[in-house]
Design a protein around this ligand. Structure first.
Ligand code: PMV
Length: 344
């Protein structure tokens, strides 16, 4: 039996930063599901060959990867009560990303969601449960969350919300849901061009990063801001209020970095070229009135966000003015995606 899933990455427009309990978010976040940046993972069960509790044969992009394998073994071991077949079989797991491993883009969201989907597919076959898509995806989002919080949001198309909030009906801390807000046609095929400023791995792991929020002097204000911005963003998506959209998305990105800069210990994850790109995006927007803005992950790379109708002008602008700030002129052109799919 072999199961294969393709699952996308996502970029948060309202950031999740700070958690408690078992991977529970301290505020609700909202993300854009991507189309191009994805992981393909396949899982096959074979007869066990050893007495090892979790017998994992893992390859990433065709090669052994002891560091990832060790993490995966721990994760799978933590799930063996939920999936009793995990330690009764040899698990042959193969995984690959559509984007270069060393591109400096986090792959945990696509990787953990693809793995969760494989686990749920086997579980469905073994138990005959989760036959409807809704309960299947909800549970997959739950397990993706346990692997990496942001992965919970990769299970659905378009915009996804994770974290309980009174402003989104059906939202939960345990799993993400597709945003029920009817978004304006302007946002269909929303573009995300990822400018690779550096291909280095992050200097702060997200586990350590989230922990910095525990004693952060600005924590209470941060969660208040995130709540207000989620409302503002949902409103902007409904009415195509591009000014509000750009302001909210950029403030979220800068606040995430402000929190890291003012943590103890402090981290500055932007590079000089990150700031050079940000300045030029703001200047371009102010002088052309084209709605284009930026967001950042916990690193120096810049996600340039803009509507499909401005694709030509913004791509020209990226090519002529921003490419020079990128590592080996690398840009990944991505856009709103449809969520995961099972491959035969
Ligand atoms: O999913 P994690 O634990 O790697 O945390 C992700 C945190 C950010 O990427 C910085 C923000 C987010 O909401 O994706």
């Amino acid at each position: 039996m072999q199961i294969t899933w393709k699952s996308p990455s996502n970029i948060a427009l309202i950031k999740y930063w700070g958690k408690h309990g078992e991977q529970l978010p301290n505020n609700a976040s909202l993300s854009l599901t991507l189309r191009e940046a994805h992981t393909i993972t396949s899982l096959a069960l074979q007869k066990k060959r050893s007495k090892k509790d979790i017998e994992l044969d893992f390859k990433f992009a065709g090669d052994q990867h002891p560091k990832f394998a060790a993490k995966l073994e721990l994760f799978l071991s933590s799930l063996k009560n939920d999936f009793p077949w995990l330690n009764k079989n040899r698990l042959v797991l193969r995984s690959d990303n559509s984007f270069p491993h060393s591109a400096g883009i986090a792959s945990s969201a696509s990787a953990m969601s693809a793995l969760a989907l494989c686990l749920m597919s086997v579980e469905r076959m073994q138990t005959g449960k989760y036959t409807d898509d809704a309960s299947f995806l909800q549970k997959a989002s739950h397990y993706a969350r346990l692997g990496s919080g942001s992965a919970a949001r990769s299970l659905y198309a378009d915009f996804t919300v994770w974290g309980k909030t009174p402003v989104v009906k059906g939202s939960s801390d345990l799993f993400a849901i597709q945003s029920p807000t009817q978004f304006h046609a302007d946002f269909h095929e929303l573009q995300d061009s990822i400018l690779i400023v550096s291909n280095q791995e992050k200097s702060v792991s997200s586990r350590a990063g989230h922990a910095l929020m525990n004693n952060h002097p600005m924590a209470a204000q941060r969660y208040k801001n995130a709540r207000k911005r989620l409302e503002d963003l949902l409103g902007a998506l409904e009415t195509a209020d591009w000014d509000m959209f750009c302001k909210t998305v950029e403030t979220e990105a800068l606040e995430l970095h402000a929190l890291m800069m003012t943590s103890d210990p402090s981290f500055i994850l932007m590079h000089p070229n990150t700031l050079a790109i940000i300045e030029r995006i703001r200047f371009f927007r102010a002088t052309t009135n084209i709605p284009v803005c930026f967001t950042l992950d916990a690193g120096p790379n810049v996600h340039v966000i803009y509507p499909y109708f401005a694709k030509k002008q913004v791509r020209n602008f990226i090519q002529s003015e921003l490419l020079k700030f990128c590592h080996k002129k690398t840009v990944i052109y991505d856009q709103m995606g449809d969520g995961p799919s099972m491959l035969i």
